[in-house]
Ligand binder design. Structure first.
Ligand SMILES: Cc1ncc(C[n+]2csc(CCOP(=O)(O)OP(=O)(O)O)c2C)c(N)n1
Ligand SMILES: [Mg+2]
Length: 320
């Protein structure tokens, strides 16, 4: 990406944030509930993490239409031509906001890349229930190209995204990139994926670990050796304390007073040795987990939707 490009992330773009020079503490503050996103998005052209599924796609398309009107597209000047990238998940692709964004972008040939991280799950909802066709094929119906890339292949994902961004900067309009991957962990600390998916699938995807694959590629091609791989990590560890430590006890200026007692209680718990920690068992104890804000599908109502998905997977009891 170029400095003048603009990112509209959902809540999983930590790698993109890192590449844009965002301080990890700025991101963790939001997850910890000690600030509500007080960072200035214009400093690094990186929008605020958006928990409202798909909303940032509309913001991204609006911004893209704006820079188009500013004449910052298709001039041939690499320092002026700009593009927008809007990130979202497979589940978000079912949202009205995302589909409205697609239509506006197509109608106005907006300089935007739609980057869908298809990790095959929207909490407990499998992709098979969200779409009858591969997601990238939906782009055709809106009138712009769609491409599926192996999302666990770092270099392929980079190449495809780079080309789509250049296409946008050149004034050739939107592209949908579907990065096909898998959500290895639980959706949140309140989620238990063993209730709705097979451990076999998880084991299968473990073998496709993107970091391991890149490491093997670099080593096979003589681009790194074991020592080179470890050195930056050691340097990084010495540079400053791990980010989470800096947040313990922090109550940012914007923090809601009602949250503070809970945060401090949680901090005391976090400082206890790991062996003393007990997993949350009741809805009350769940309240004190803060890994991801605003999400608690465990509180949701009865099952809805077709009883049997066509993908042959076990169906979960709750659907976010
Ligand atoms: C508008 C809206 N509806 C519902 C939710 C609850 N919710 C949070 S995450 C999520 C699933 C999102 O799935 P996906 O888009 O695939 O993203 P992933 O977490 O898998 O990356 C849902 C339904 C929400 N945050 N916003
Ligand atoms: Mg998903």
């Amino acid at each position: 990406m170029r400095p003048q490009d603009y990112v509209f992330p959902t809540y999983r773009e930590h790698g993109v944030a890192y590449c844009r020079g965002i301080d990890p503490l700025d991101l963790l503050g939001l997850f910890r509930g000690v600030d509500r996103g007080a960072r200035d998005p214009a400093e690094k052209n990186f929008g605020l993490y958006t928990i409202v599924i798909g909303a940032q796609v509309l913001h991204g398309v609006g911004y893209a239409m704006g820079i188009q009107r500013d004449g910052a597209v298709g001039t041939g000047d690499p320092d002026r031509d700009s593009a927008v990238i809007a990130h979202f998940g497979d589940g978000a692709s079912s949202q009205g906001d995302v589909n409205e964004g697609f239509i506006f972008a197509a109608s106005y040939n907006a300089p935007v890349v739609f980057f869908c991280q298809n990790n095959q799950w929207a909490i407990s909802e499998p992709i098979e229930r969200q779409s009858r066709i591969p997601l990238y094929q939906r782009a055709l119906g809106f009138g712009f190209p769609g491409v599926r890339v192996d999302g666990n292949d770092v270099l392929a994902t980079y190449a495809v995204t780079k080309a789509a961004l250049q296409r946008a900067r050149d004034g050739q309009g939107p592209t949908l990139v579907e990065a096909y991957t898998y959500r290895m962990g639980a959706h949140t600390t309140t989620d238990d994926p063993t209730r709705y998916r097979l451990s076999d699938d998880v084991e299968h995807w473990k073998l496709k670990d993107p970091i391991k694959r890149l490491e093997v590629y670099l080593r096979r091609n003589g681009l790194i050796d074991r020592g080179v791989h470890r050195r930056p990590r050691r340097r990084g560890q010495g540079a400053r304390p791990p980010p989470a430590r800096g947040l313990q006890g922090a109550a940012g200026p914007g923090a809601d007073e009602r949250l503070r007692p809970r945060l401090h209680r949680d901090d005391r718990r976090a400082r206890r040795p790991a062996t003393a920690a007990t997993p949350p068992t009741s809805p009350r104890s769940r309240e004190s987990t803060h890994e991801q804000p605003a999400e608690d599908h465990a509180r949701q109502g009865p099952q809805h939707g077709p009883a049997q998905g066509h993908g042959g997977r076990p169906q979960g009891p709750d659907h976010g």
